[in-house]
Design a protein around this ligand. Structure first.
Ligand code: FAD
Length: 366
């Protein structure tokens, strides 16, 4: 499943990823086309017009897209995270109202982070308050991937005594979207800062209808996001391994291919090992997801943490192997180097992942 769709994506992306990266924009028609084919969020169930892919199949597809263009993969992550949040927290009516659009070309983004609430989401200051048949949203979000392109914004805020996620059409009066200037990586992923000034939407747009504990809201969305980023890191590693191995075989120095110099061969071996470790961690986590196992949450954090670290180190090694041949803006390994570093920050930074994993390990100790 989705094997034929790789050719579709390959043909649509062509050799444009570097051009889009430098321009800081993906073509909107590309996103509409892939969204319309249900490929930006292939796990949406068939009952809601989606592809109904399992986590493993969607993950391999995500890795493939990530090997071509991390900006496009980032937009996929946001779209899938929005769809999963709606699926996980929403009612049947909300599934029917929002999910078919996300499989047929509508684009979505998810906003948690704020200026004073990055790693510590308990500090979220955005307020969602009930007013008759509506809710009114006031607050601001930072660095929201894909929100420059999005038709729908899934926004997390404080609600009553708990928290809620609310679906806000991006063209609602009071929504302000301002692009993040010159991001270091994933430059075409449409990151933007958002402001909500007394934004009024129907109360039916609050997912689940009532306030929920903040950790439940956050874990629901981030679970998908972490899986998707982890598979995206596998894609980065595969692109880097391919570029480094091809270059090392062809480039001659000191009378032989640089692949035959053992210090270069070691970079290739380490890249291969990184790709294998990250792939196995993702396969395991997707297996737990598809089995609906309670340990899928910790398996996703583990896969994301492994993937991000290996992708950041692997991309640096690939730049080292290509040296001047890869040191130009827009080159696949130069992009990977910048993109991979950001993977160590998003969906739980390295340190936050380590805290989660240590708490998990400690809770199992005698
Ligand atoms: P801070 O929280 O200020 O952390 C700074 C440093 O301190 C980090 O190294 C962190 O790990 C460390 N640190 C913080 N607390 C602890 C602790 N208790 N123990 C140990 N170390 C700690 N947000 C969204 O809501 N939606 C998006 O789509 C989205 N996309 C993004 C895309 C990109 C490319 C980037 C860069 C960010 C995106 N974000 C998004 C925001 C992202 O989630 C936050 O950047 C991230 O949570 C870290 O928050 P912060 O940047 O405020 O860092």
């Amino acid at each position: 499943m989705l094997d034929g769709e790789r050719e579709t994506v390959r043909a649509l992306v062509g050799d444009q990823a570097g051009v889009w990266d430098r321009a800081g924009l993906l073509p909107l028609e590309l996103l509409r086309k892939l969204g319309g084919l249900g490929l930006l969020s292939a796990q949406i169930p068939a009952a809601h017009g989606g592809r109904g892919a399992d986590s493993r199949t969607n993950g391999e597809f995500t890795a493939y897209v990530g090997s071509l263009c991390s900006s496009l993969r980032s937009v996929m992550t946001s779209q899938g995270m929005a769809a999963w949040t709606i699926e996980r927290l929403g009612t049947r009516e909300q599934h029917r109202a929002f999910l078919p659009g996300l499989s047929s070309g509508q684009l979505a983004a998810v906003g948690f982070s704020e200026t004073d609430a990055g790693s510590d989401l308990s500090a979220i200051g955005t307020r969602i308050r009930r007013d008759g048949d509506s809710v009114v949203v006031d607050g601001a979000k930072r660095w929201i991937t894909a929100s420059h392109y999005a038709d729908l914004l899934v926004i997390v805020g404080q609600y009553d005594d708990g928290a809620a996620a609310v679906v806000i059409p991006a063209d609602t009066p009071g929504v302000h979207v301002e692009r993040v200037a010159e991001p270091m990586g994933c430059r075409a992923a449409g990151h933007a800062d958002l402001r909500f000034d007394s934004v009024r939407v129907p109360a039916e747009n609050v997912l689940g209808g009532t306030g929920l504990p903040l950790p439940l809201v956050v874990t629901a969305a981030l679970g998908y996001g972490r899986m998707s980023v982890a598979w995206g890191c596998v894609g980065i590693l595969r692109a880097c391994l391919d570029a480094a191995a091809t270059h090392a075989k062809g480039r001659q120095q000191f009378g032989k291919p640089i692949a035959e110099h053992q210090l270069v061969a070691r970079h290739i071996a380490e890249l291969y090992v990184s790709e294998q470790i990250a792939s196995r961690a993702c396969e395991h986590a997707s297996g737990r997801w598809d089995a609906k196992s309670p340990d899928m949450v910790v398996a996703a954090v583990t896969a994301k943490h492994i993937g991000a670290g290996h992708a950041a180190r692997g991309a640096a090694a690939a730049v080292q192997v290509l040296a001047s041949a890869g040191a130009q803006d827009g080159h696949v390994v130069a992009r990977a180097y910048r993109d991979a570093k950001l993977m160590e920050i998003i969906e739980g930074s390295n340190e936050i992942c380590q805290l989660i994993l240590s708490q998990h390990a400690l809770s199992h100790a005698e």
